[in-house]
Ligand binder design. Structure first.
Ligand SMILES: O=C(O)CCC(=O)C(=O)O
Ligand SMILES: [Fe+2]
Length: 313
């Protein structure tokens, strides 16, 4: 498996000025999004919903967050293992992250802020909420495009209100020396969809279908949109969740903001429209949130493809 020169991730402009729901360019864009996801499981979106000021403010706030003492950061404990606080793991020693649950609600962001800064941090709270809401709008656009492209809008509408958003500021300490070093081990995400945003330091790599690692370069005004395991099951395997990792190089720490959507309290059915003689049913109806819990059991952790082990046919 080498690094790829032959693959380049599709870049799709989803800025508001270029999207008109009733135009033929909308239909063309839906097709582009679907093709990119079917081919790579991911693409780079140009999206103008997050202003430069907001981006700078939230990245600066992430710096302050990771500068807090470890005794404070470990207080962030969530129901889903590994979403609360991760730091100094022996297998990902440069990686550190903190998850903020219900990140598009005032209550979700406020309770996290109070835990980290008992005397308050109004600007963190406001910026994290504004950022999460803006990226959740991008999620709505992307999901609408996927659903329209497959003709499964009604299925999506039946659970779109059950989307739950986890904002995960992440920090990677810089590598020592010129060699590329591992930032996060190869994995697929276990939620429904992932939206990544970074400062100027690259490092994300995606495994292509033919086994090449694609180095992802994207500007601070773009987002990586990535399918996760639950989207793969819902689309009956039409879209694969791509394996990805982070490799670090250079002398700068890397900051990333991940927004992860999960469908909660809803059993996701596989749309009949996606099942035919060329695409036999591959998955049973499943609960995305329970699947995430299953992943952290010994059976889930030891499985080569946990979503198949959990609800595959
Ligand atoms: O840092 C990145 O670019 C990717 C992070 C990631 O894969 C994750 O948090 O699941
Ligand atoms: Fe990931």
């Amino acid at each position: 498996m080498g690094s790829s020169a032959k693959h380049k991730l599709p870049v799709i402009d989803l800025s508001s000025k270029n999207l008109n729901l009733n135009s033929s360019s909308w239909v063309t864009k839906c097709g582009e999004v679907r093709r990119a996801l079917e081919e790579y499981g991911t693409f780079i979106a140009i999206y103008d919903g997050v202003s430069r000021e907001l981006r700078d403010a939230i990245l600066l706030a992430s710096n302050e967050l990771f500068d807090l003492p470890t005794e404070v950061k470990v207080l962030n404990v969530l129901d889903t293992p590994y979403n609360g606080y991760i730091g100094n793991q022996h297998f990902n020693p440069l990686y550190e992250s903190l998850g903020i649950e219900n990140a598009i609600t005032t209550q979700g962001v406020e309770s996290f802020t109070k835990l980290m800064w008992p005397s308050g941090n109004q600007s963190f709270c406001e910026n994290a909420l504004m950022y999460s809401k803006a990226v959740a709008e991008l999620d709505k656009i992307v999901m609408k495009m996927i659903a329209e492209s497959y003709g499964i809008e009604e299925h999506y509408e039946s659970f779109s209100g059950s989307s739950s958003y986890l904002l995960k500021p992440t920090k990677y300490l810089h590598a020592q020396g010129d060699e590329k070093v591992l930032g996060i081990m190869p994995h697929t995400d276990k939620c429904f969809m992932t939206y990544l945003h970074q400062d100027e330091v690259n490092g994300l790599e995606i495994l292509s279908k033919d086994g090449e690692w694609i180095e992802v370069e994207y500007s601070p005004s773009s987002f990586v949109v990535m399918a996760a395991d639950a989207l793969m099951a819902w689309t009956n395997g039409r879209i694969d969740a791509p394996t990805h990792r982070v490799m670090l190089r250079g002398d700068k720490d890397r900051y990333v903001l991940g927004l992860f959507t999960t469908i909660k309290d809803h059993i996701i059915q596989i749309p009949q429209e996606l099942v035919d003689e060329h695409h036999p049913l591959q998955f049973q109806a499943f609960d995305n949130y329970k699947y995430m819990q299953f992943y952290y059991t010994p059976e889930g952790l030891n499985s080569e493809c946990p979503i198949k082990t959990y609800c595959g046919i």
